[in-house]
Design a protein around this ligand. Structure first.
Ligand code: AHG
Ligand code: MN
Ligand code: MN
Length: 339
């Protein structure tokens, strides 16, 4: 066999990988496979726009404020539209939830509805866009509860334990898509020459040792005593852990997944926006919690598993501690003891 053939045989595209996973379920119809591929295609489009952002005047703000009271960046809108357009017309979804929209997004009436629900953060880390720092997309998929027709709120307000699949894309020095459909965590890197995501990180497990601790310590004075004592514990742990913080959850989680350690964003007292934490349960914390557990890690709000929290509203926030299971359980000990 020539080297060329050998290389081609080892080359696994994301589509091939999703199909292989699907084949292990005889009842699978291929709908989830198609949906994941729709999201991957949207990711390629967002990656292309992200790399050209400085050239085509799409850096900066739109002048609008979103449902979260945050400034909307032009790339937020482009990413939101790319994902909605590519996933809502293929008959696979009943409804969508986007960070950028207050209510659930229906399927356009001229298209059929399907059996899944997609929740997503189209552009994560938007405050980093203007500085050419890594940003991401986060997505998660539930099976609808209602029987047929347009999806309803109850199809979308779901606890993470019910997730069918979750993933994220990081737009950085290279673009990577990492996902889990409940059979481990797998990473793919976009080859810009051929425009395809290729398997580069099969069966990712969070390392038990080493890594980094990661938090926005600018708010530390306003964290609870438990969160502050946990930080002191990490800081004094014999300098085993170094510190890193990007400010894009997708990038901070990606590093934590590959290197080990812990990322956390606790509640910030006296802050009207962050008093329950900053990150959103449905389309930020829960998808990463699903991936963390699939990789042997754990995610908690400090008192219980993120995956066990039943959301009561689409954009509700939660404190988040995520990464190495031992460290996240240590955080729970401190929160339990000191609040
Ligand atoms: P988004 O850009 O989707 O609104 O999310 C921003 C989030 C998250 O990506 C990041 O971890 C966090 O905000 C950063 O918050 P601070 O600026 O308070 O550190
Ligand atoms: Mn976000
Ligand atoms: Mn966002």
């Amino acid at each position: 066999m020539t080297n060329h053939n050998h290389a081609a045989r080892r080359l696994t595209t994301i589509e091939q990988h999703i199909l292989d996973e699907q084949h292990s379920f005889p009842a699978a119809s291929g709908t989830l496979t198609g949906l994941l591929y729709d999201v991957a295609l949207a990711g390629k489009i967002i990656a292309a726009q992200t790399t050209r952002a400085g050239l085509v005047e799409i850096l900066g703000r739109t002048g609008e404020i979103n449902v979260q009271g945050e400034r909307v960046m032009k790339l937020d809108v482009l990413a939101d539209e790319a994902i909605y357009t590519l996933t809502s017309r293929t008959g696979r979804l009943a409804a969508l939830v986007s960070e950028e929209h207050a209510d659930i997004l229906p399927i356009p009436p001229q298209f059929p509805t399907g059996k899944y629900v997609l929740v997503y953060d189209p552009l994560d880390g938007s405050s980093n866009i203007d500085f050419n720092v890594s940003i991401g997309t986060i997505f998660a998929i539930y099976q609808r509860k209602s029987a047929a027709g347009p999806g309803a709120l109850e199809d979308c307000l779901r606890m993470g334990r019910e997730l069918v699949a979750a993933g994220y894309i990081v737009y950085s020095a290279s673009t990577m898509l990492v996902y889990s459909a409940g059979h481990g965590v797998h990473g793919f890197t976009l080859d810009p020459n051929i425009g395809e995501f290729l398997m580069t990180h099969p069966d990712i497990c969070i390392p038990e040792q080493g890594g980094y601790y990661s938090a926005d310590r600018g708010h530390e004075d306003h964290w609870s005593a438990g969160a502050r004592r946990f930080t002191a514990y990490l800081h004094n742990s014999g300098s085993v852990l170094s510190q890193r913080y990007v400010g894009s959850l997708a990038a901070d989680f990606h590093r934590t997944l590959l290197s080990g350690g812990v990322f956390y964003y606790p509640a910030v007292n006296n802050d009207p926006v962050r008093s329950q934490g900053k990150l959103r349960l449905l389309y930020e914390a829960a998808p990463f919690a699903f991936i963390a557990e699939q990789a042997g890690g754990y995610a908690s709000d400090g008192r219980r598993a993120i995956l066990d929290i039943q959301p009561t509203s689409l954009h509700q926030r939660t404190p988040l501690f995520i990464g190495n299971r031992r460290l996240v359980e240590k955080a729970e000990e401190f929160i339990q003891a000191y609040g």
